[in-house]
Write a protein that binds this ligand. Sequence first.
Ligand code: ADP
Ligand code: ADP
Ligand code: MG
Length: 472
Amino acid sequence: MFKKVLIANRGEIALRIIRACKELDVPTVAIHSEADAITLYVKKADEACLVGPGPVAGYLNIYRIIDLATQKGVDAIHPGYGFLAENHEFAEACQENGITFIGPTPQAIRDMGDKILARQMMKRAGVPVVPGIEHALDSLTEAETIATEIGYPVMLKASAGGGGRGLRLCHTTEELKKNFEMASSEALKAFGKGDVYIEKYIESPRHIEFQILADNYGNIVHLGERDCSIQRRHQKLIEVAPSPFLDKELRERMGEMAIKAAKAAGYTNAGTVEFLVDKDRNFYFLEMNTRVQVEHTITEEVTGIDIVKEMIRIAAGEKLSFTQDDVQISGCAIECRVNAEDPRNGFLPTTGRITAYYSPGGFGVRIDGNVYRGYVVPPYYDSMLAKMTVWGRTWDEVVARTARSLDEFVIRGVKTTIPFYRMIMRDESFKKGEFDTHYIENNFNELLYEDEMEKIDLVFAIAAAITAYSYR
Ligand code: ADP
Ligand code: ADP
Ligand code: MG
């Protein structure tokens, strides 16, 4: 096992990794910006180092991070998700400095980070991919020809895209023309690479992904699927496991394909193979994420396997201690990403001090977060405050338990997505397990819920005013 692990990340995922290390009895080093200096994950790590400059650049500073790791006698780095997690140069730099990168090889990160190359590799291996092309478009004329061939609507996609960005839906030639101009220059700006390709737009699909674990000795297992169809602007909000849409037969076929995909990528450590599944239950490879995923917690809840600990063990050279047959799915889990966003104001990110915080509890409720009363939500990072993962023996039970837990959850001072999720848990289609990637835009265009926290805040404000007036 490792002597000491540095976590090249922040927030809830840093805390998640620290917890895994503690259970493995491995000391940890956290890195942090000035803005993050007094947050929970920094306190929970055995050691902490400031990485500057500024709130973000430090977390992306490969050489400074490797330098700190060397100074601190660290022999492995966990990158979390986001930041440097899918940066093959970082994984390479770790290797060159004799530090183990807790993740796949630089080669696998680079290959799967290039969606065009990933499509080529999957097609060659016999994994069905979304109909489209496996090279970068070089002209609008070419784009038009291909779009006509595969049929509208189509999607223009940045080969290096991620996080729901770099995707453009085109219904007509006019839209294709309009988008083509911008797609490449935007991709170059956002991802450092201008390559854009074209894919058939699958109507009303489900996003269903498989969690993979692979050791360095050729053993690969999958831990079943997660249904991540509840999205807004191609970003996941709520994820469930298992998918209410799959039956045993399709699950087995997709699981086998996911393992085939991981083999084709020469994959080791934890990864996720994402698929789109259409109404007729055809499934297509979408992309592979070469890191721990935000929503890994629901898979942990239904399999009982600690994915982050497995990542560390695999990186330390241990063999997988279980086979595919040992992996049993038990019950259902739902994750809600509690974001500091105002759903009734276009999900605009909110910032400020958390004035009250009460986290739900009881049977089957798990919180992965880095916030508490007094925490100031900074404007620099993504808006996720906490993940609430709930387990139940059946789908009906987990939905009811999630609704109950959301009702208990109190966060005041900043607006959050909690009231919105309370509505979803009471929505008939959701309760029946009927949703595709358009669920939110089709069902929640107008958000008319009452935020009882607003009323309470108003009462407190009036009380404070009266008190101030009477003691004048
Ligand atoms: P997951 O499937 O794990 O939910 P997300 O797409 O939500 O993955 O990404 C996790 C985090 O990584 C988010 O903070 C997201 O903004 C960030 N991220 C992922 N890919 C990229 C990318 N290519 N560029 C910038 N940020 C990214
Ligand atoms: P990212 O790298 O940003 O995660 P993905 O390729 O995984 O991008 O796609 C993100 C989401 O966008 C999918 O979950 C799905 O909702 C939508 N999407 C992407 N490609 C297609 C497609 N060809 N047809 C329909 N929806 C798509
Ligand atoms: Mg994706």
